[in-house]
Design a protein around this ligand. Structure first.
Ligand SMILES: [Zn+2]
Length: 386
């Protein structure tokens, strides 16, 4: 498989979103000459977006346990809409042999590898899905210990997909305490728990990313499932979007309503009909830039990069501006483009923006351009088009 397509977004590096300019506040005065330009501080010249492409808030979809219904029902809905989700797999319960029946409701490795190749994320949900707070410390290769449950999934994934790495974890049964969180932090960059569902611009605790989901009682109807989704959408509008934060949705099985409403051995199954409506709503919010729908891993990457990135101006002539963009994070894991709004001197109507091999012609709007650039992947070169 192609490493980049799976690990991160890959090739889309530079883009212009002119509509955002019109909405964003005017930045100081107009730059009138190169000399004036050089007087400005870097923070006056470059604004880093809180969320990718200046969307208002972030939302991630996550599905636990590696269930066959996620391959059958969730992935087709999301693929049709072009949305990406995180699938937290239990590495020792996924079936490796495509010719053998999978156990219980679990899926096959090949299904989740295929989903990952399409741009969905695989996260770790432990090796065997125990209650981690009941496990004792022990060797990483000793089954039945906390360290084994955190380490073994990484080893298994290494065998199945040598070019792919987990960046994020989800606690089985959302059962965790301080010690579990500390041990998880040694191997993963972020971990999802359960709570009020709201994370601020930078999460308070990376090992306790707040997730939320829906509970279904008896007497379900298609209408009651749909109204639960509508209530969830309202919650997202009034919390995630209004407070410009990040929320992670959490679900398990997603099944056609006739199965979801009658299944007795499935945890809070969501009906695929109501989920499809919810996914369409998310897609509309993504398109209107109120929400940024991205995997847990890529939102993690974005926040980590955005919070430490260093941008410096290296050159400012009458026809060219050059900026460096660097961070101190490992480049093989932190390779997501971050969005910048860059002030452009007056009279520059069009520019060519280059970072390494990526080159884009952009129109300048209100003396600004919006650029997506990856830290540590070369300087950003902006040339005036005469
Ligand atoms: Zn689980």
């Amino acid at each position: 498989m192609n490493k980049k397509s799976c690990i991160s977004v890959g090739i889309i590096v530079l883009a212009l979103t002119s509509s955002i300019f019109a909405q964003s506040k005017k930045t100081a005065a107009v730059i009138t000459s190169t000399q004036e330009e050089t007087k400005r501080t870097i923070s006056e010249k470059v604004k880093i977006a809180d969320w990718y492409e200046f969307r208002k808030a972030a939302y991630s979809l996550s599905f636990d346990d590696g269930l066959i219904s996620q391959y059958k029902y969730v992935a087709p809905i999301l693929d049709k809409l072009g949305l990406k989700a995180t699938f937290y797999i239990v590495t020792e319960t996924l079936e490796s042999d495509p010719d053998r029946p999978a156990s219980w409701r679990y899926g096959y490795w090949w299904q989740f590898i295929e989903m990952c190749k399409k741009g969905h994320e695989l996260g770790s949900h432990s090796a065997t899905h125990p209650k981690l707070t009941t496990f004792h410390d022990g060797g990483v290769s000793k089954p039945g210990t906390l360290q084994y449950e955190l380490n073994a999934p990484i080893q298994t994934l290494q065998e199945k997909m040598p070019d792919y790495k987990f960046i994020t974890f989800a606690y089985p049964f959302v059962d965790y305490n301080k010690h579990v969180m500390e041990e998880t932090a040694k191997l993963y960059v972020s971990s999802r728990g359960l709570g009020n569902g709201f994370n601020s611009k930078t999460p308070d605790e990376w090992m306790n990313i707040q997730g939320h989901g829906l509970d279904y009682g008896p007497g379900r109807t298609i209408e009651s499932d749909n109204s639960k989704m509508t209530a969830l959408e309202n919650w997202i509008t009034n919390n995630t979007i209004a407070k410009e934060g990040w929320t992670v949705y959490l679900a398990h099985d997603v099944l056609p309503f006739s199965e979801a409403s009658t299944a007795t051995d499935s945890w809070q199954p969501v009906s695929s009909e109501s989920f499809e409506g919810f996914a369409q709503w998310l897609k509309s919010k993504h398109d209107s830039k109120e929400l940024w729908i991205e995997t847990v891993g890529n939102v993690t990457r974005y926040i980590k990069e955005r919070d430490v990135v260093s941008i410096n101006q290296l050159e400012a002539t009458d026809t060219k501006l050059t900026f460096s963009i660097t961070d101190n994070l490992p480049d093989n894991q932190f390779n997501y483009p971050i969005t910048l709004e860059i002030l452009i001197p007056t009279g520059w109507d069009k520019v060519i923006v280059k970072q390494k091999k990526t080159k884009k012609l952009l129109s300048v709007s209100e003396e600004k351009i919006i650029v997506n650039a990856i830290p540590d992947q070369g300087n950003i070169e902006i040339s005036k088009v005469e």
